[in-house]
Structure formats: structure tokens, C-alpha cells
Write a protein that binds this ligand. Sequence first.
Ligand code: AMP
Length: 232
Amino acid sequence: MKIVLFGPPGVGKGTYASSLKTIYNLAHISTGDLFRENIKHQTELGKKAKAFIDAGKLVPDEITISMLKYRISADDTKKGFMLDGFPRTIPQAEALDTLIDVDAVLSFEAAEQTILKRVEGRRICRKCGMIYHTKNKPPLEEGVCDTCGGEVYQREDERRDVFEMRIKAYNEQTRPLIGYYDKKNILYRIDANTDMNNPEFHVIDDCRKILDKYLRNYNRDSTNVEEIKDKK
Ligand code: AMP
């Protein structure tokens, strides 16, 4: 099963991916995480991507597509994977179509104000990537990760000014993908306005209703595994 987690920055794709990864045992491929890893290790790729990311802009397609292509050829993708943050432009979606058949695109939708509130309080562990929120899910000790003791910080690109640029990039370059996938009949809209700590939270249940159906088909048709190999 190959799925795309789609939505504006800050809607919670990374958080939902963590839950879905546990439920479905799928590899989680986040292009944002891959760039951050490369920046941390000061690779050539990281150096090229950094200025774009710091400015809230998209990294050029050429760089992003070749990074993604390499990542999806790894062994852990054989049983299927979730793409988080890719594709973000029409050329990226077209390139993806030449590599794999996407089964479903889950489009997470939330009001801009809800997203801004979420992002303002969002904090992340520099070491293990665990996600926190100053109000909804603070670490036990301020600035220290409960899981690994790493530093919990606010991402540079989640500061208000940069974040607004990212929303602009989303509206101009990424939003058109909704139409792209809708035409292919694989787009599923999911209301992501409710926060995870709210008892009414239903995002993961809604995802499961869609993905369970795909998983049943996937298991039935074992040739899918071969198809992935052939396409890669
Ligand atoms: P994310 O963590 O997915 O929000 O990504 C953080 C930043 O990485 C984005 O604001 C972009 O600058 C860059 N980035 C991540 N994925 C892509 C992509 N598919 N295309 C271009 N830039 C990307």
C-alpha cells in the first residue's frame, strides 16, 4: 500500500503518520525530515536545501525528486509506505507517477487559524524527532525530551514570519494537487480541525476507514509487491 499524506504545513501530517505507521507497519517517508537530517549532517544536499527551507520556500523539484527516488528504493519500503510532504508540486506528482502507483491520497483539511495555533505551540526533539506542544502535550521538563533527553526546540521554519511564507508556497504551488488527485479518483478529504487531545478527535479513525479497504485489496492481490519492484 502506497499512500500520500497531503495537506498544508502544520496540519499534523507528521503526527498522524506516527500513529498510522504503528497501525499499518508502513515506512514513513517525510521529505522534510530527510532534508533536516541532511542539514544536520551538513551534506551537499543539506547545504543546497537549507536556504530554501529557512526562507519558507520549496526546495527545487530536481533536488527533491532525486532525493525521494533514492529513498523509496530502500528495503523498508517493500511492504508499502506513506509519503509525508511529497509531492508538493505538479511536476513532483508527475514524477511520482512514473515511479509508483499511488493507492490513496489522504487530504487533511483544517482552518488556517487552527493550524496557526497548532504550529505556534509546536516543539520537536532535536535528537529523536518526538513532537510536543506547549499547551496540549508539553514535555515533563521544559525543553527536555521525555523519551531520549534531547533538546526540545521550536523549528526555525515554524516561527510566524517563515510559517506564513510556507502557507503562501502551499497555496500557490501545492494546493493544485488536490484537483490533480481528485481527477484520478484517489483523493480522500479528512477533517483535521479537532486536536489530538480532544475526546472528539477522529482523524485516525477516519484514515482507518479508508486504508483498511485498500489493505484488504492489497493483501488479496499479492502481485502488487512485484509491481512495485518492476516500477522502481
Ligand atoms: P515539512 O517538514 O514537510 O513541512 O518540510 C519542511 C520544509 O522542507 C518545507 O517548507 C520545504 O522548504 C522543504 N520541503 C519538504 N518537502 C518538500 C517537497 N516535497 N518539495 C519541496 N520542498 C520540500
